[in-house]
Design a binder for this molecule. Structure first.
Ligand code: 13P
Length: 258
């Protein structure tokens, strides 16, 4: 899977145009069907991008949101619920992105509630985890990943957990150009798999789809994807141009033999 997180970029009409460009590249690439593609515009772009994707039947490009509120409706000014996202065509939703954890103050408990709400509302959650630079330098990477995943997944059964996607995004690699080495990402993904086995049940970790995110681009994607434990990428900056996003998808498709 390759998912593009547009963050706070692109208006509705700019987003629809970018989505059309991505789909045109997908249609021209015979290998494209080997990779599940998701694009996550800001809330204001979801309807227009959803309509653009729906008009391009069988595009194989899925729509995702960047965040949601855990409640279905209510007095939560500025928030958007799962059923609202489904109504504009979303199938996926990112929960617990590090910018929401560290800039907007989301706690492990809030992320756990959003994960359950997404599943309740029929959305596939992309659950983000990752350590800060200070935590890595203090050798706390595994501890942080175990804490974040345990909080999010405890109490879920294996089938429910398998319907989610995990994204390992080290905070120090996001938007910095400092991509994790394939070995660093692999080791973190192995910690995540072992934690899922422990928290949810045996074999959950090996079945899980775990993406890497943080400065993934057209130049480094293939080396990351060559690691068996890396099942794809959550891409920020490089998803804002169809050509660079498509090169990442092509790198994933080339490795994913049918
Ligand atoms: P960049 O690819 O811009 O580093 O962003 C990664 C990210 O945060 C995706 O969710």
């Amino acid at each position: 899977m390759v998912a593009g997180n547009w963050k706070m970029h692109r208006t509705a009409s700019e987003g629809a145009a970018l989505a059309r460009e991505c789909v045109a590249l997908a249609a021209a690439d015979p290998l494209a069907k080997r990779c599940e593609v998701v694009i996550c515009p800001p809330f204001t772009g979801l309807a227009a991008v959803g309509e653009a994707l729906a008009a391009l039947k069988g595009s194989g490009v899925h729509l995702g949101a960047q965040n949601m509120h855990a409640e279905v409706q209510g007095a939560f000014t500025g928030e958007v619920s799962g059923p609202m996202l489904s109504a504009v065509g979303c199938e996926f939703v990112i929960v617990g992105h590090s910018e929401r954890r560290h800039v907007m103050g989301e706690t492990d408990a809030m992320v756990a509630a959003k994960l359950r709400a997404a599943l309740r509302d029929g959305l596939t959650p992309i659950v983000c985890i990752g350590e800060t630079l200070a935590e890595r330098e203090q050798d706390k990477t595994a501890e942080v990943l175990v804490r974040q995943l345990s909080a999010a997944y405890s109490g879920l059964d294996a089938a429910t957990a398998a319907a989610t996607v995990v994204a390992y995004e080290p905070v120090w690699a996001i938007g910095t150009g400092k991509v994790a080495s394939p070995e660093q990402a692999r080791d973190a993904h192995r910690v995540a798999r072992a934690t899922l086995d422990q928290v949810v049940g045996p074999s959950t970790g090996s079945a899980a789809c775990i993406l890497y995110g943080g400065s993934v681009n057209a130049g480094n994607a293939a080396t990351l994807f060559a690691e068996d434990d890396i099942d794809g990428a959550l891409v920020g900056g490089a998803s804002l141009e169809a050509a660079s996003f498509w090169k990442i998808i092509a790198a994933a498709s080339a490795l994913n033999r049918p």
